[in-house]
Structures are given as structure tokens and as C-alpha cells.
Design a protein around this ligand. Sequence first.
Ligand code: SF4
Length: 330
Amino acid sequence: MDRKKELNTLTENILAGKPIGIEAYRIIVDMPPRDVPMLMAGADRIRNAHFGSEIHLCTICNGKSGKCSEDCAFCSQSASSKTTADVYPLLNREKLMAGGEHVSETPINRYAVVTSGRGLPSHEVASVAQALGALDSDRIKTCASLGILGPEDLRVLKKAGVTRYHHNLETAKSHFANMCGTHTYEDRVKCVLNAKREGLSVCSGGIFGIGETDEQVLELALTLKDLAVDAVPLNFLTPIEGTPMAHYPKVSPLRCLKIISLFRYVLPDTSIFVCGGREASLGDHHSQIFEAGANGMMTGHYLTTDGRTLQKDLEMLDRLGLKAMEKYSG
Ligand code: SF4
């Protein structure tokens, strides 16, 4: 069968909800750059079948920055990196709430507090839980991303009204030790499983351009499928001076689009967001993330790098005939 026919068969089988064997995804892994537009056409159909023209918008607040004990090689907040990233302790309750109150009047429907470090200490988890729990849940849904937490701390968040926990696996298990030596893949997976057990919806994805192969992109997508996470954020490396990956090249626009499409094929009805590195890696192609299968994006600034304004992103959706998703309770 030629590649086009094989991809069409895969697309139709996914749209029909048929079980897909791992081998069937290999056609995507092996796809050369010139065929990425063909791949995107299929991914767009799958996205449209599950999400229509609605795009999910979320935004984050960097609640505690820098001085992290861990050594993730891409991260400007690691104490082992020599960067100019901000260093500050946990923001007070008013500041943690301010971002959520501000966006609750906009089409953004999720607000997350993200903190640096292996895992936030319990007394600080309680402070974040109180701040997020005090936001009007009819207007804005809240997420927390506080590192590797155990069941008790996750329960505190859930009890306070936080609906989703974010914890990236970052990359494939077979590549993880190449980018982090201070904790294990299993530590991250365990946190995801704990969050699910505590009844939190889970957002977990990764970062690309950190030396992984396309096969390892598939490996990560399949792991997240097995874990049945609810949302998958995709980030593209912004090489930052002072980190061990400062010299890494940016991911090319076609590879970004291929990665997004691969995730859409593997996770047909899971929310896929494009987050860090959207503009920096995709450049003029960044509005094509939806054609490639994404149904969400992070708007506003990222943790330590600048993003785009909500206004610009809403104008882009309008130009594309898409619209921000209505408020929802997922
Ligand atoms: S990614 Fe998280 S755990 Fe890793 S160095 Fe950065 S802040 Fe620390």
C-alpha cells in the first residue's frame, strides 16, 4: 500500500473508533517532511470530529520561580543552570489569585499556578490550594502544577476545589535519564497516577527538541495514552543561555507540526494544547497548530519566556474561523 493510502486507512479507522495497533503509527514516525501536509490533513479531520471549531485557552502564573534542586537540562529554573530567570519565593495569596480573577472575565477557561522545585512543601501546597479554591469556579477552572506531590497534598488541592493537576512526563522513558539525573521517570509517572487516584483530572505532556528521536515522540504519546491523561501540553524547546541545552537548535516548524499531528493520531479525543515555544519554533506557521490537530493553546506569557497577548490569539482564531471554547467544567 502506498503511504497516502495507508495513512487514509489509519485515519478512517481512528474516526470509526476502531482499536489501533502500535505498528500502525509507525507510518507517522517514518513520514518525511514533504508529507507532513498530508499528515496534517488527517489530523485536522480527527480534531474536527472531536472538538469542532472550539479551541480551549489556558494561562499560567509562575507562582514560585527559580532555585530548583533538580537538573532538568532544558530548564532555566534549575539551580544548576546559570540563567537570568527570576528567583522568588511563593507569591502571596492575593498575587496567586490575581491572575485568575483577571482572566475569569475572558474566554480563557483554565488558570494554573505553576511552581518551581521537585515538589512544593505541604504548607505551601495548602497556600496554593486556598488561593485557587477562593476563585469563582463558575467563571474559571483551576489547575495546579506544583511538582512531584504525594496523595495527601493532592487531596488537599482536590478538596479546595482545584480540578486538574499538571505534571509533565517531559519525554519518553528511554530518553529521560539523558535530560534529568535528580529524579526518575517513575517518580513522574507515580505523581500522575496519584493525581488520578485522588480524582483530579490530569494534564501531562512534554517538551520536544531536547535530543529525542521521532520514535521517542511516539513512545511518549503511547505512554500518555496508557495513562489515560485528560489533556496533553506540547512544548518546544526555547534554548536558554546558561542551560546545558543552550546550544540546541530550535525544532523546525515542520517537525513541530509533525509532532502535534502524531499526538492527535495517537490521542484522538484528548485535549492537545500547544504551549511553550509556539511562536519561537513555528514562526509564521504557528497558526497551523490547529490544522495539525491541536485543540488548545496556552495564551499569555510562559514560565520564563514571553508569549502572545490574548487579544492577538483571539484575532488569530477569528481569522481561522475558529472560536474560543465556552466555559466548561472538565
Ligand atoms: S522542570 Fe521543574 S523540576 Fe525540572 S529543573 Fe525545572 S523547575 Fe525543577
